[in-house]
Design a protein around this ligand. Structure first.
Ligand code: DI6
Ligand code: FE
Length: 405
């Protein structure tokens, strides 16, 4: 077997979107081992120095590997029946109140073995990877008992071992009220705080803790108990807030130093101001907005004006966003929310990483992890402009070429 040892790889004459902006002139991108070594304007490239590097090609667009910072990728079953019911006029909340919705997926997820959950999640994960994802957050939240939530988190961790992708896990025990606690939501929150969070922390299964703050889920006061328990175990917090109504969950999460508040269609000025002060990332989920045929827009203009960082993610899940194509979200973020293509792309790279508390990925800069995508397009805005599979030419994860050649 022949064996070529490359000290490094180089791309020349590429348009670079560095995670926040498109650099002004064509660049060379140089990777050494697992790390981005240099990004240098072509005019300043001493190409002789890189003559023995593997020449990866020239032209096209280079972006950081995409970061999908909000998914519910692990679950049992599907909810096509609810899709049809909603089309006939039944609301998402009504379905939830009838015991369907999230609880229908809880039922199917509890029935499934770890192997079955891995089997069903892998094609979904592969779809994200094929669209350029290098980092994906995966939430629990369809187990709603200590054992089943830990099962979900173990499956999520395992997915990260089976595929070349960085998986960040989030414990979402406070997602919905399980049937066993039907008339005792405080009792369930107690279980989340006293048993679930400590168990996840003890076993190193969760990188963060999330809640669903909503009339059909948990109150602000209950979410604050979950935040306190998470922080007692040194776990960062996140919140699904202001998705279907305004309860003030975002302001509360921000005051507790949340990494992100997610959804935010019903966010008000006080919530925006709290996010600004705390540096909390606004995670926008146009897939859920689209699927639920929501008409209330998240306050993009006000978030932009306040300088609140905005991330974009798939929210991939069987109910409100059965959409497993991150670049489609770039398009929807622009078309539905009027984000700019630059904002949308930053939302799925630098700001997505920030929403996960990650500093070594999501940007193209020397010293960071060589997680990058090379696309056969001419300018970064094309990623948001057209919904067109097949444009990912090469994908590197931690310096390893996993796609293309
Ligand atoms: N909001 C969402 O959009 C997802 N979870 C949440 O709190 C939906 C989860 C589902 O419908 O299964
Ligand atoms: Fe979600």
């Amino acid at each position: 077997m022949s064996h070529t040892v490359h000290t490094g790889r180089i791309w020349q004459d590429v348009v670079v979107f560095d995670g926040l902006q498109t650099l002004g002139t064509p660049q060379a991108v140089i990777v050494e081992g697992e790390t981005i070594a240099r990004i240098v304007p072509m005019a300043q490239l001493d190409s002789a120095r890189y003559a023995h590097y593997q020449q990866m090609g020239s032209g096209g667009v280079m972006t950081p590997g995409l970061v999908d910072c909000h998914t519910h990728l692990v679950f049992g079953g599907h909810r096509a029946d609810e899709f049809e019911a909603r089309l006939e006029g039944v609301s998402y909340e009504e379905i939830a109140r009838r015991g369907g919705g999230i609880l229908s997926t809880v039922h199917a997820t509890r029935q499934a073995s770890e192997e079955e959950l891995i089997e069903s999640a892998l094609p979904r994960l592969d779809a994200l990877i094929a669209d350029g994802v290098c980092t994906v957050e995966i939430k629990s939240g369809y187990g709603l008992s200590v054992a089943h939530e830990m099962k979900m988190l173990r499956v999520a961790r395992r997915l990260g071992e089976l595929r070349p992708v960085r998986v960040r896990t989030t414990l979402l025990g406070a997602h919905a009220l399980p049937p066993e606690f039907a008339n005792d939501s405080d009792g369930y929150v107690e279980l989340v705080c006293r048993e679930m969070i400590p168990e996840a922390a003890r076993n190193g299964l969760a990188d963060a803790v999330d809640v669903f703050c909503e009339t059909i889920a948990f109150s602000v006061a209950q979410c604050e108990r979950v935040f306190a328990a998470a922080q007692a175990h040194d776990l960062p917090i996140k919140s699904h807030a202001e998705q279907l109504s305004n309860l003030g969950g975002t302001a509360s999460a921000a005051r507790h130093g949340a990494l992100s508040a997610d959804h935010l269609e019903y966010l008000d000025g006080a919530g925006i101001e709290a996010m600004r002060q705390a540096g909390t990332v606004a995670v926008l989920l146009p897939g859920a907005f689209h699927t639920l045929r929501e008409t209330r827009q998240p306050p993009i203009g006000a978030l932009r004006q306040a300088g609140v960082p905005m991330a974009v993610a798939t929210d991939a899940n069987p109910g409100s966003s059965p959409l497993y194509q991150p670049t489609l979200m770039l398009n929807l973020a622009c078309t539905l929310f009027r984000m700019t293509p630059t904002e949308a792309l930053a939302g799925m790279t630098a700001q997505g990483a920030r929403a996960l508390g990650l500093t070594h990925t999501g940007r193209l800069a020397s010293g960071l992890s060589a997680d990058l995508c090379h696309w056969t397009i001419e300018c970064p805005a094309q990623l948001a402009y057209a919904v067109q599979p097949g444009r990912l030419h090469q994908r590197l994860f931690r310096g390893e070429l996993t796609h293309g050649h």
